[in-house]
Design a protein around this ligand. Structure first.
Ligand SMILES: Cc1ncc(COP(=O)(O)O)c(C=O)c1O
Length: 454
């Protein structure tokens, strides 16, 4: 195959994130150039169902003229206003909408805008730390998060991230980051072989707080359904217990809704599934359905109010593009679509259908150990043996799996940060026919893998 000028330029000058470029130099990647609904098309015109919604973010689907038009109009009106000095119109409107929609505290919030998920997490951690100081607790600097969780790549967000391989090259990180076990029933060291979770996961958090001393801990950060490890859904009582612990101790509860927000798990925010009200919600991705970069820390009023008063009490943090007007215009148009088309509710209905179809298709597949998730955020865990739950490790197999799916026109994620899991997180507008096609392709490819493995 002769190399196109575009592919030559990729090989020479491009640097993709978390990607071994050697692999792409040796084998040129597809270049995705167009999208419509849940489908994307490469430069050669081949069609794919994007069952990952870009990177868990194109919630309203591709090709939304309404969002593009809103961005165009805003860029012509005014493309930038400094958030260090002035509010801008669309950002003010998005903040007011988020304060209504987000289940933070008593439903009253102030919103700090940034340009993505890592910055949202970074900002939430800084709000929590400065808030604790404002409350007179100078020694509250530690954080609690879960092992294997992914909260982003900037140094603060990386510190609460629990993935050893992502952290290792940059140690030492921000001091005081503590990590607790995941609420992962299928693989739990305490209760995997019991019918239901026995909540040892939440007891681990309570014991850690006791051991470290609540007076040393600023915040706990948790992702409602944890992506890393493969769509890990905590048991019903988990967040109620964490909330009660935070209420007793003054630890700030942060829900990282960068993926779960904006309909992904069947609600505007994942916290709603557990009926829990965190102190801060971080969000990004689906906030604009990835039409423009935007993130936010949605902060309970009582906490935000601690920053009011004398000049030195202000939040000592900012970034040039936080609340960019063009991104904010995209968010407003996106939220209007999610609302008008009831996309969070649609994700609930479609998610139940997709989950049902997957469970039925894989009922007799011996290498499928677990199908789990919430809404349109689903993981399929692969095992060597269903009975023993022995893991199906081997990078080559996961690479093979992704290639096979792509060759059959389906994009999803074959993730082996814990045990191998195929992740599905399609645009919320995915149709029944598209879901059926995804299930059929997965069944075919997993069937082939099963023949190789067994
Ligand atoms: C839960 C969670 N938090 C934070 C981030 C970081 O977001 P970003 O990549 O926009 O910086 C991600 C990214 O995938 C995420 O999934």
């Amino acid at each position: 195959m002769t190399e196109s000028p575009l592919q030559a330029a990729i090989a020479e000058h491009s640097w993709l994130h978390f990607t071994q470029m050697q692999r792409l130099i040796e084998r040129p990647p597809i270049v995705i150039t167009r999208g419509e609904g849940s489908k994307v098309y490469d430069a050669e015109g081949r069609e794919y169902i994007d069952a990952l919604a870009g990177l868990f973010c194109v919630n309203a689907g591709y090709g939304r003229r309404e969002i593009a038009d809103a961005m165009h109009a805003q860029a012509l009106k005014i493309n930038y206003v400094s958030s260090f000095s002035y509010p801008n119109e669309p950002a003010v409107q998005v903040a007011a909408r988020l304060a209504q929609l987000a289940p933070v505290g008593a439903g009253d919030a102030r919103v700090f805008f940034v340009s993505g998920g890592s910055e949202a997490v970074e900002s939430a951690l800084k709000v929590a730390k400065q808030y604790q100081r404002a409350m007179g607790y100078r020694g509250r600097y530690k954080t609690i998060s879960r092992r294997l969780a992914y909260h982003g790549t900037t140094m603060g967000a990386l510190s609460v991230t629990g993935l050893a391989s992502v952290r290792a090259p940059f140690e030492p990180l921000v001091p005081g980051a503590r990590h607790v076990p995941m609420p992962h029933h299928y693989r739990c060291a305490y209760c995997a072989h019991e019918a239901a979770c026995n909540l040892s996961c939440v007891r681990e958090i309570e014991e850690l707080v006791e051991q470290e001393g609540a007076e040393t801990i600023a915040a706990i950060i948790l992702e409602p359904v944890q992506n890393s490890g493969g769509c890990i859904v905590p048991p019903p009582d988990y967040y109620r217990r964490v909330r009660a612990l935070c209420d007793r101790t003054g630890i700030v509860m942060i829900m990282d809704e960068v993926i779960c927000g904006f309909g992904r798990v069947g609600y505007w925010f994942g916290s709603e599934h557990w009926n829990v009200k965190p102190d801060i919600i971080t969000c990004a991705k689906g906030l604009t359905s990835a039409y423009a970069p935007l993130g936010a820390a949605i902060v309970r009023k009582e906490i935000a109010d601690a920053f009011l008063g004398e000049e030195q009490k202000k939040f000592m943090h900012g970034i040039t593009f936080g609340g960019h007007p063009v991104s904010a215009a995209a968010a407003l148009a996106n939220i209007a679509i999610l609302e008008r088309e009831s996309l969070p509710q649609r994700a609930q209905v479609s998610g139940e259908y997709l989950m049902g179809q997957l469970k039925e298709a894989f009922e007799s597949r011996r290498i499928v150990g677990d199908v789990r998730g919430l809404g349109l955020f689903i993981g399929i865990e692969l095992v060597k043996d269903r009975e023993t739950r022995e893991s199906l490790h081997g990078e080559a197999q996961m690479g093979w799996l992704s290639d096979q799916l792509l060759a059959r026109g389906v994009i999803c994620r074959a993730d082996d940060r814990l045990d191998p899991v195929i992740q599905l997180s399609p645009p919320l507008v995915i149709t029944k026919e598209e879901m059926d096609r995804v299930v059929a392709v997965l069944d075919e490819v997993i069937g082939e893998l099963e023949k190789q493995v067994l």
